[in-house]
Design a binder for this molecule. Structure first.
Ligand SMILES: Cc1cc2nc3c(=O)[nH]c(=O)nc-3n(C[C@H](O)[C@H](O)[C@H](O)COP(=O)(O)O)c2cc1C
Length: 131
């Protein structure tokens, strides 16, 4: 927020900060203190795209933060958390819903396999040799 305040003082366009915003109180305070103009939120949308309305209706006081249930990054394969979220995005696209009960390493592995298939397909389409 310190950086955001400095940036806001230096520019004349709206400033949005994204990363780690979960609790409604923290979001409201940031807006009320004029630290930011907009709150950006990423991963909670993947877990529950309806969460903003639930926050506004007071049904929840915090956006879902599935990543905080995962083991620390240094205990996981490299990229596992991001890949778990990418896999959930694919599920949204294909099934219309995420499967947030999936363990982090399984989502990671599903996504790696999918990337491999997509890469092979792309190379085939381009007439390149599979690697
Ligand atoms: C699956 C996924 C894809 C992302 N893709 C991008 C991207 O293309 N460009 C970018 O600037 N940030 C990307 N991000 C980072 C998010 O914009 C955001 O900065 C990050 O998730 C932290 O915000 P959060 O704590 O609200 O999730 C991505 C994040 C996730 C989980």
């Amino acid at each position: 927020m310190e950086y955001a305040r400095d940036i806001k003082n230096a520019v004349s366009i709206p400033v949005m900060v994204t990363g780690g915003f979960r609790r409604a109180k923290v979001m409201n305070d940031a807006l009320l203190n004029n630290d930011v103009d907009l709150i950006g939120v990423g991963r909670p949308f993947i877990v529950d795209p309806e969460f903003p309305q639930k926050l506004l209706d007071g049904l929840i006081d915090s956006a879902p933060s599935k990543e905080r249930e995962f083991p620390p990054a240094d205990e996981l394969p490299r990229g596992a958390v991001l890949n778990w979220f990418c896999h959930q995005l694919l599920l949204h696209g294909e099934l219309g819903i995420a499967d947030t009960s999936l363990p982090v390493t399984e989502g990671h592995e599903h996504y790696l396999k999918r990337i491999e298939k997509m890469t092979e397909q792309l190379l085939r389409e381009r007439g390149a040799q599979p690697y």
